[in-house]
Design a protein around this ligand. Structure first.
Ligand code: TRP
Length: 327
């Protein structure tokens, strides 16, 4: 390792991973693990903030997500890969941080009010949902992390984590470094309908989608709305389908498709077929590793137990310092 920065990040285990996770998060993590000491974890307790009424899928989602991470290149030898609930110190530190976090700070987090208003299919008026960023703070500072790679949507959570950390250090002495958000420029990953790719919009191509599913989903993709007939010239620069080509097709294919689309010598259906094959080729090696990992389930679970034990060592060191600081 070239430096002593500690990097930590996590993902809630709420469902299948899709291309948005691959390009938005996992590629970035794979790069970071070459340069820093990295901790990556599945936030299964955080999944309960929204899925508490039916937690039956959380464990399976966790295991499959971790298989996807490893299949996409996260190396459990280089990074510490673990499960939040396998390190109970997260809960202990969360409890202590909850004592010093003013309610007003939590109520002011923009995503809190937005989600309370927007999420209709479940009741988020819970203590746990309000405290989501407190648990997230515990996740981070438990490893005395310096850098937290997250999306821009997490900026307010990170700001709050810094405030809670300063408050702790102010009250009990300097135990924790202040974590900094690491916003990396990641490509925008559109969904099938042109909005951001997201499970909740039902517009995602999952990493586990079989070739037939990828082909069928690509057929439903929104394209240039001004191109009504195949003989109309297309506008790749404003076409959702072309956004995907830019993301994952080789440059020569991008050029060819753009040229033929503008010249109206290729239709959207044909173009979708070309794209589907690119996506299938991209996913093929990931899926074959994923399949192998899930088939050897005992080995995968042991890997997670080992990762969690490594994480726990550091967590226990931190908690010893925390208990010392509180006397
Ligand atoms: N809130 C993050 C998300 O929804 C997941 C998360 C939980 C996390 N704890 C974290 C991210 C700690 C970074 C650090 O994506």
């Amino acid at each position: 390792m070239s430096d002593s920065q500690i990097v930590l990040s996590g993902m809630r285990s709420t469902g299948k991973l899709h291309l948005g996770h691959l390009f938005g998060t996992l590629h970035n993590w794979v790069e970071l693990q070459e340069k820093h000491r990295c901790f990556f974890f599945a936030a299964d307790w955080h999944a309960l903030t929204s899925d508490y009424a039916d937690p039956s899928r959380v464990t399976e989602n966790t295991i499959e997500a971790l298989a996807d991470w490893i299949a996409a290149g996260i190396d459990p030898e280089k990074s510490v890969v673990f499960v939040q609930s396998m390190v109970p110190e997260h809960a202990e530190l969360h409890l202590i941080l909850s004592m010093i976090t003013p309610l007003g700070w939590l109520e002011r987090v923009p995503t809190y009010k937005d989600q309370l208003r927007e999420v209709e299919n479940r009741d988020l008026n819970t203590y746990g949902f309000l405290g989501y960023p407190v648990l997230q703070t515990a996740d981070i500072i438990l490893y005395r992390a310096n850098l937290v790679p997250v999306g821009e949507d997490q900026a307010s959570h990170l700001e709050l984590s810094r405030e809670i950390t300063r408050r702790f250090n102010g009250l009990y002495g300097d135990v924790f470094p202040e974590p900094r958000a690491l916003f990396t420029r990641t490509p925008k990953v559109p969904g099938l309908d042109g909005r951001k790719m997201s499970k909740s919009y039902d517009n995602a191509i999952n990493l586990s989608d079989a070739p037939a599913v990828v082909r069928q989903k690509c057929m439903t993709m929104f394209t240039d709305p001004t191109r009504v007939r195949k003989s109309d010239p297309g506008h790749p620069e404003s076409c959702n389908l072309f956004e995907f080509h830019k993301l994952l097709s080789p440059p020569d294919l991008q050029e060819r498709v753009a040229r033929d689309c503008r010249a109206a010598t290729i239709g959207c259906v044909e173009d979708k077929k070309l794209l589907a094959e690119e996506i299938i080729a991209l996913l093929e090696p990931i899926q074959s590793r994923r399949h192998e990992l899930l088939r050897e389930r005992g080995t995968l679970l042991q890997l997670l137990r080992d990762g969690s034990a490594r994480a726990r060592e550091r967590a226990q060191e931190t908690m010893a310092a925390v208990r010392g600081a509180l006397g």
